[in-house]
Design a protein around this ligand. Structure first.
Ligand code: 13P
Length: 247
């Protein structure tokens, strides 16, 4: 397994001015490290300025938070995978909980977005995770595996993607999954990946997300099968984000 991945999902925060200030402050604090991968997911309007600010830091990757299912055309307000790639993105979040539960995105759309990302040589980071009611009903595994399989990618494509397990009840709530909770679901996802594509499934990074902060990052990373962290609120301040990336 490769080194851990630290991914910052800024959601709808940090327009171009704030994004530039963030990157300047972060780069002052965070020297390049060979033993970890750092990825920033700014809002689409801030991608260009973040990409420009990171031009001398090949160690930090850039990703887009959402892409259209289509590559171009009359889809007002959408951003396509080729455009994200052109703006410097190498990763695309797909199926984030807020896309699914706030914007009503279906498994079918998520599958199309994974395919769109792959068509444009973006690594899809497919987000999966259960609602609180689903956890309480004991259906976590069923939900997560359905979302995983809905990706409908070819075996070669699956081997190039990343997965983020983000239990919906842990996102933005301050209620983090315990390392044991995370490890159990990560083991389920890992087994499904290996069943799908064999040994190559052992190398697909599986990140945990949901109320990660500077205080719990290390213990979550130490949980068996957790290969990285996808961080929302605690990634918005350069100092806190530096601490997390140094965990
Ligand atoms: P929080 O870290 O704010 O809980 O958000 C998690 C998340 O949704 C990252 O994609």
């Amino acid at each position: 397994m490769q080194h851990p991945v630290f991914a910052a999902n800024w959601k709808m925060n940090h327009g171009p001015t704030a994004a530039r200030a963030f990157v300047t402050a972060f780069l002052e604090r965070f020297a390049p490290r060979q033993d970890r991968t750092v990825i920033l997911f700014p809002p689409a309007l801030s991608m260009a300025v973040v990409g420009w600010s990171l031009r001398d830091r090949q160690d930090i990757g850039l990703g887009v938070q959402n892409i259209s299912t289509e590559d171009k055309g009359a889809f007002t307000g959408e951003n396509s995978a080729p455009m994200a790639r052109d703006a410097g993105a190498r990763y695309a979040l797909v199926g984030h909980s807020e896309r699914r539960h706030v914007f009503g995105e279906s498994d079918e759309e998520t599958a199309k977005k994974c395919a769109a990302a792959v068509r444009s040589q973006l690594t899809p980071m497919l987000c999966v995770g259960e609602l609180l009611a689903e956890r309480e009903a004991g259906t976590t595994e069923t939900v997560v595996l359905r979302q995983l399989r809905a990706g409908q990618l070819s075996h070669d494509d699956v081997s190039t993607m990343a997965i983020a397990y983000e239990p919906v009840w842990a996102i933005g709530t301050g209620r983090t999954a315990t390392p044991q909770d995370a490890a159990a679901v990560h083991a389920t996802i890992r087994a499904a990946l290996v069943a799908l594509i064999g040994d190559r499934g052992k190398d697909v990074p599986i990140l945990y997300g949901g109320s990660v902060n500077a205080g719990n990052a290390r213990s979550l990373l130490d949980a068996p099968g957790v290969n990285g962290l996808l961080v929302g609120g605690a990634s918005l301040e350069p100092e806190g984000w530096t601490t997390i990336c140094s965990a």
